[in-house]
Design a protein around this ligand. Sequence first.
Ligand SMILES: O=C(O)CCC(=O)C(=O)O
Length: 288
Amino acid sequence: MPNSLTPAQSQSYWDDGYLYPIPALSPAEAAEWRAKLEALEAEWLPADLPQPLNTYKRVNAQVVMPLAHEIGTHPAILDAIEGVLGPDVMLYSVEFLIKEPRTKAVVTMHQDLTYWGMGEIDGLTTAWLALSPATRESGCMDVVRASHKNPILPHEDTFDGDNLLSRGQEIRVDVAEKDKVSMELQPGEISLHHGLTIHGSGPNVSNDRRIGVVLRYLTPKISKSGGERDYAHLARGEDAHGHWEPSPIPAAPFDLAALAVYEDIRKLQTAVMMRGAKKASSFYEKAD
Ligand SMILES: O=C(O)CCC(=O)C(=O)O
């Protein structure tokens, strides 16, 4: 049964720019994905991969990690996405945003679409899946209600080592604590947010890892504003536009063919993401 959202839930997403909590996986299924992810981390951390393991976990993991592709195409998650984007859905990126216990890593308040070269669009939604409890204590995501009704606001690059974002980008507007809505989630639950919603998250002061799987989805009619090449995977429905090169489905973790495509995507996205950046980030070089 596609579209698991009620009309009221879909309306709430478009009014507020976010929606949570949505039960997607059972707690047992979430625990299983967490165990598989942690086994992959243990197996591949010592491996001699072309990029550090964290780069692959941090962006486009679906291209090289079968488990990331499986989570990104999970029917229950796609059903919720269909409730806001409609029947044609492309998977753009899967990202593991992990905050280790008692660490200072944060995500400063930002709008996702700022550096993605897609303009100010409605057709991009992120699902954030909790694989461990996402609470105020562990640094769950905070959002600002109805902030998606803004254009892209000015951002500043901080390149702060404790910031999990590519450029440490931060919106040049102070967000009052009272305006933050903390999207607490239990393992297996997801939240959705619009590409222009202002959001961020604080440090993890808990004793467990905070493991979020960030799943980015597009409608096929979206394209890069400058006509740049990029990749996405048609996860549901039809692509009548052909703006995206089909990203491959990995057969095994980090196989050579997938690593080659990953490198092509990384170069293409670096040129757009890092345009005008003064420094390299931990997972993107400086653009030329
Ligand atoms: O995981 C976080 O704390 C922030 C995630 C985020 O910025 C995003 O999903 O766009």
